[in-house]
Design a protein around this ligand. Structure first.
Ligand code: ADP
Length: 507
């Protein structure tokens, strides 16, 4: 009994360490606002990179025509064509997804882009044979490239570094759109890169297309990131930036956000140490929030609790180990990543394991049967551990709840931080909001929409509920009804086509 109490004590202590009281969340909101200012003031002024995108006008529903997208962001790539018509009608005409042969992920930029250009060529040829596509002079392409890029214009940008298992050294420092453009020219493919897009920016574009009050976008999936529309005169690190709208989309790279106000526990510290990119604060926000890490935090807490027990402890130790092997991917892999490639996940198989474990955690968390039947089923079928007592199952669910609640509430504080920065949280003089061109519009608080995408938010309802609830709690009942969180799925595909449309050259 004493040991059981100690185990419950471990959970209590963890829960306390994860506290996201409203006061704490407000501190995170303020810290996000401060870091955003710092990141806009000077290059390297904050952990938030606050990258310029050069996108100054977002799609508004007037886009028409046929646009192509190349979505390259991981082990697969996608090509699609979207037909945009009147009154926001859009039809996804053709869509293919295929893996990138591993050899091309570590070869030369010429090999990679030649391979991609040939796939684009085949796509266009297949379409020409099968569709009613009118003959177009020149095809416009939105290129979603989800790797760190320093953008130099709407349609060009320099690769800062590869991630996710890619390592084509000769490409670092090169303009990625130009590499693609050259490969297409070489094949005689008449297609122009009209927009080089980060997936978060695609989400914002899609959100804005459907609802012009959309001012920011957040992705919470395997990783997490956000972008929003900033006034150009607030982007101090880039003096003299002029755009027609007076605004520009800024890609925050918020996975890197760090503040001493984040409720960090010893489990987070250990996770960080064992992670492929260990450094006290590296991607600190992401490690508390995104799908890649939540299951691992759960595993760590359960293991720690199991150390307090004998018989049940043995059982939980088995659970813990199997969690490691089944839910999180083999431990050895974790180590191998660390040795092989200190910064990024290397093996796609391991990535698969890591992506897979949070959904399973969600199923256990959302089991609302009185005897936790689903939890028992997962423990039995997936982890091969039958007969786990109900009280232990309850503790497992509680751990999932604490981890998810903290993640969702911190993400909510991040979102309100953005709203605060742009004067849409109701705190800067009651009920005022800035207009697009920087002027103040007095009177009523303006309707404000945040586009959200990502598996964690879209498919994990407890996470979504906690996040929505926390945004409303922080904003308060007067302001909250004016702020709408709206799911905007497939921004990296459809959003990029829309941006190609709104930035296409007249042909
Ligand atoms: P990605 O971020 O990898 O581009 P997604 O936005 O679809 O793709 O997010 C996938 C991630 O979302 C997974 O890694 C997983 O952590 C999380 N996820 C997906 N489905 C669920 C689910 N049903 N419950 C909880 N988490 C989920």
């Amino acid at each position: 009994r004493r040991k059981w109490n100690r185990m419950v004590g471990v959970l209590g202590e963890f829960e306390e360490g994860c506290s996201t009281s409203i006061g704490r969340l407000r501190q995170v909101v303020d810290a996000m606002d401060v870091e955003m200012h710092a990141g806009l003031a000077s290059e390297g002024g904050s952990k938030l990179k606050m990258l310029l995108t050069f996108i100054d006008n977002l799609p508004n529903g007037n886009e028409k025509g046929n646009y192509y997208v190349l979505d390259l962001g991981g082990t697969n790539f996608r090509i699609l064509r979207l037909q945009l018509g009147d009154e926001r009608s859009m039809i996804l005409r053709h869509d293919v997804e295929q893996p990138i042969p591993p050899a091309f992920m570590t070869s030369t930029s010429e090999d990679l882009f030649d391979f991609i250009a040939s796939s684009l060529e085949q796509f266009v040829e297949r379409e020409a044979n099968s569709s009613d596509l009118p003959l177009v002079k020149r095809r416009e392409l939105g290129f979603t490239f989800s790797f760190p890029v320093k953008q130099t214009s709407v349609s060009s940008g320099i690769l800062i570094k590869w991630t996710k298992g890619f390592s084509i050294e000769d490409m670092v420092g090169k303009d990625v759109a130009e590499c693609l453009q050259q490969a297409m020219i070489k094949r005689g493919l008449d297609m122009r890169v009209a927009a080089l897009v980060n997936d978060t920016v695609g989400t914002l574009a899609l959100g804005h297309y459907h609802d012009e009050d959309t001012v920011a976008a957040v992705i919470i999936g395997t990783g997490t990131n956000a972008c929003y529309v900033e006034r150009t005169d607030a982007i101090i690190k880039c003096q003299g930036l002029l755009t027609n709208s007076g605004g520009m989309v800024v890609n925050m790279e918020w996975g890197n956000f760090w503040s001493s106000h984040l409720p960090r526990t010893s489990y987070d510290v250990d996770l960080d140490t064992d992670s492929p990119n260990p450094n006290d604060q590296a991607r600190g926000f992401e490690k508390m929030i995104s799908g890649m890490y939540l299951g691992d935090i759960v595993r760590r807490v359960i293991l720690s609790m199991s150390h307090e027990l004998d018989i049940l402890g043995m059982l939980l130790l088995v659970i813990g180990t199997l969690y490691l092997e089944n839910l999180c991917g083999p431990v050895v892999n974790y180590r191998i990543w660390k040795l092989d490639d200190p910064y990024e996940l290397h093996s796609s198989a391991s990535l698969f394991h890591r992506k897979w474990r949070t959904p399973l955690m969600a199923v256990m968390h959302e089991d609302d049967s009185p005897d936790l039947r689903e939890v028992a089923r997962i423990l039995k079928d997936t982890l091969k551990i039958p007969d786990v007592p109900l009280k232990v199952r309850k503790l497992i669910v509680k751990v999932c709840d604490v981890v998810t609640r903290r993640a969702a509430r911190l993400a909510a504080a991040g979102i309100v931080g953005i709203l605060k920065k742009i004067g849409r949280d109701g705190s800067s003089g009651i009920m005022s909001g800035r207009t697009k061109n920087g002027g103040e519009s007095s009177g009523k608080m303006r309707r404000t929409v945040v586009a959200i995408e990502g598996g964690l938010y879209v498919r994990y309802s407890m996470f979504r509920e906690y996040l929505n609830e926390a945004v409303a709690e922080i904003l308060g009942e007067e302001i909250a009804p004016h702020v709408i969180l709206r799911v905007s799925e497939d921004g990296s595909g459809i959003g990029a086509a829309l941006l190609a449309a709104s930035h296409s050259s007249p042909s």
